[in-house]
Design a protein around this ligand. Structure first.
Ligand code: ZN
Length: 374
């Protein structure tokens, strides 16, 4: 006896599941008006009856709506109908011309509305499309209209696939330059036509002015990575910290003539940056980037460059899977990185990622301090 009950429950659960799936499938309908397709997204099929948002469909059919206490008046060309606004809890059914959707908006039966205002409806089951039309209004034949439907559905599917397959943007960032490796990394970026972001050290910029100018002229972004990179000096106090970070930014701005308000602090913001240092950055109008993917390139020798490529591949894949749409990758201007870089770029391009340099007008928040003003 027990077993029979269990089997029955499983069977019922299975049938409910199937029905829900069928209802969802059925809900993917399209609506057209005369020779056009309407840009209506919210279409519900309840008990086989198609319901749409009253406000939305009324605009397309030029029907005026006036609400008055418990009733709603619909009018067009002198024809007027009055409907009772349903109680919130009213169960949706095929008979109710007007019901509330789950999100609290009024839905109306398309068939009912069309009938009331002397529109005709033609259903194309193979395309799950309802065409609203009036005989008195000139329109193409139903056979011709099928082509319009087909084109519309094709377009919708195309935008859907591009939306779901659009790959994240990656930001290659290079710390610790300018130096001789900067020039090699720069040449690689030029070869592959890829923009990037460099965080340079103030003291090295003074000694390598031409490298700074070359990199900037190619359109790459240059930000500050402090003056000295010396942990004891940079993080000694809020004053030393802001002098180090802003000092680098000022030199970059002098050499490039471009804004350099984005900084990357040496060793990352956490746990070294105190709240006082954080405030001094904001007061100075500077932004701070940490990173999403650490290549750990500094750990490896030239011969181990393959490991850097792998670290980037693993990190980027993981970040993309987690839904990150802007992936910032930490690299350095070092010899082993110059060897890894072409393979990193080739892989990212093959996988379809988009490359960008930092855009000051389109700032993306990425700091380990989780500070939205940085
Ligand atoms: Zn560094």
């Amino acid at each position: 006896m027990k077993r029979v009950v269990i089997i029955a429950i499983i069977l019922i659960a299975f049938l409910i599941g199937v029905n829900e799936a069928a209802a969802k499938e059925e809900a993917k309908r399209y609506i057209g008006l005369h020779d056009k397709m309407l840009p209506i997204e919210n279409i519900y099929v309840i008990g086989g009856d198609t319901k749409v948002l009253l406000e939305e469909i009324s605009k397309h059919l030029y029907i005026d709506i006036t609400k008055d206490k418990g009733t709603i008046k619909l009018s067009k060309h002198g024809k007027e109908i009055t409907l009772n606004i349903p109680a919130d809890q009213e169960a949706p059914s095929a008979e109710n011309p007007l019901i509330f959707s789950e999100s609290g908006k009024l839905l109306i039966s398309l068939k009912y509305l069309a009938n009331q205002f002397e529109f005709k409806l033609e259903y194309f089951p193979e395309y799950r499309t309802l065409r609203i039309y009036r005989d008195a209004y000139p329109h193409i034949s139903h056979i011709e209209y099928k082509e319009i439907i087909k084109e519309h559905i094709k377009k919708q599917q195309r935008t859907q696939t591009t939306q779901t397959t659009k790959k994240p943007t990656v930001y290659l960032t290079f710390d610790d330059g300018p130096n001789q490796s900067t020039l090699i990394n720069h040449a690689t970026l030029e070869k592959y036509n890829v923009p990037a972001t460099f965080f340079f050290l103030g003291n090295q910029m003074k000694q390598n002015e031409s490298i700074v100018k070359t990199v900037s002229k190619s359109g790459h972004y240059i930000g500050s990575h402090s003056m000295t990179h010396d942990k004891a000096l940079v993080y000694n106090s809020s004053e030393s910290f802001i002098a180090e970070m802003a000092g680098g930014a000022e030199i970059a701005e002098q050499l490039t003539g471009k804004s350099a308000n984005l900084v990357r602090v040496p060793y990352g913001s956490k746990p070294l940056v105190t709240s006082g240092m954080q405030k001094s950055l904001i007061a100075r109008g500077l932004k701070l980037w940490d990173w999403d993917v650490d290549s750990n390139d500094w750990r490896y020798t030239d011969k181990q460059a393959g490991q850097i490529v792998k670290n980037v591949q693993d990190g980027v894949t993981k970040a993309a899977k987690s839904g990150d749409k802007d992936i910032i990758i930490l690299l350095h201007d070092r010899s082993q990185t110059t060897i890894a870089l072409p393979r990193i770029i080739e892989w990212l391009q093959r996988e379809g990622y988009n490359f960008k340099a930092y855009e000051p007008d389109n700032h993306i928040i990425q700091n380990f301090l989780r500070d939205p003003s940085l």
